[in-house]
Design a protein around this ligand. Sequence first.
Ligand SMILES: [Zn+2]
Length: 358
Amino acid sequence: MPRRHALTRLTHVRPGSQELQTIADAFSGARKIVTIAGAGISTAAGIPDFRSSGGLYANGALFEEAAFFDSRRPLLFQTALHVRDLAAACQPTETHRWLASLRPKLLRCYTQNVDMLEAKAGLATGLGRRFDCIPLHGSLANLKCHLCHEAYEWEDYRRDIQDCNIDSNIEDDKSEDDEEESTLPCPRCNGRYEARKEAGMRLLPIGQLRPSMVMLDETHPHGEEIAHLARGDGLASPDLLLVLGTSLKVDGPKSLFRQFARRIRGQGGKIVYVNRTKPPSDCSALVDYWVQWDVDEWVRDLKGRQDQSGTGMRRGSARRASRRDRILPPKTHTLPAFGNIGAPQEPLGSRGNPIPLD
Ligand SMILES: [Zn+2]
């Protein structure tokens, strides 16, 4: 049944609107903040997004699972390497740095971005409760084996990728020699294959390397773990949800948004959506404020208001929230700017929630 009353709750906020102060007050009073971030927080750093006219989908869908198995395969690897190189050279934006400054008030940042700029800004990034930032779509930090999940360095395969020494169809029947030359077989799987062959044992398949990001339309290998983590964060009673630089058009992040928004609103908290485009129609009823502005500009405005009022974070309440609800990662768990997020994780099996690219 339509909730007509809820549709009237969204307030459209533009630069200069007085509601910006209302939002700043809600931010200052919040004790636990959850954020869902998208490509809009990284474009100012020089990372292309996926949906705008100059974005990575401008020449047709590329980051989908089928591209591994057809003629788009070389282009997929080359584009992923190009974006990875861009990200490695980029610096975090105003928004990334601000997010890192929110700890321990920041209960969790869920990011759809694969550039790892959150980690470069100082947020402990990975899968698990001890991390500040959860990469919903993996990252471009490494290549990984699609079977055994072992991680590998891009640099070791740069020449093959740039020279297009990647077959366009790895499912075709081909000789063993062809396969060694034209695909990216996993060395670990290959070693196991050779050992079993030597021992006369039943042979197991050899995995292929791929970027360590989750493709559009692909089942997330850690979807169940992320869903479990989000449920736990919801039970920690966050009181502010910030949605930053994402259009929420993809089912996985949208589902995550709805889950948090319902819970936070049910407990009297606020939902703030900062993006140039309006929230999707099936999410707008759960948004209190739509700030139609560049995310970095909004962050600067918010910081300016806090400097003027001298409030900033309510440090006492944040510290209390930290002691009770958070286990901050020890230094050794903070990943480097382009660290490996995949290697330590145990695969959760084949059934996971689809959380594809935004
Ligand atoms: Zn492998």
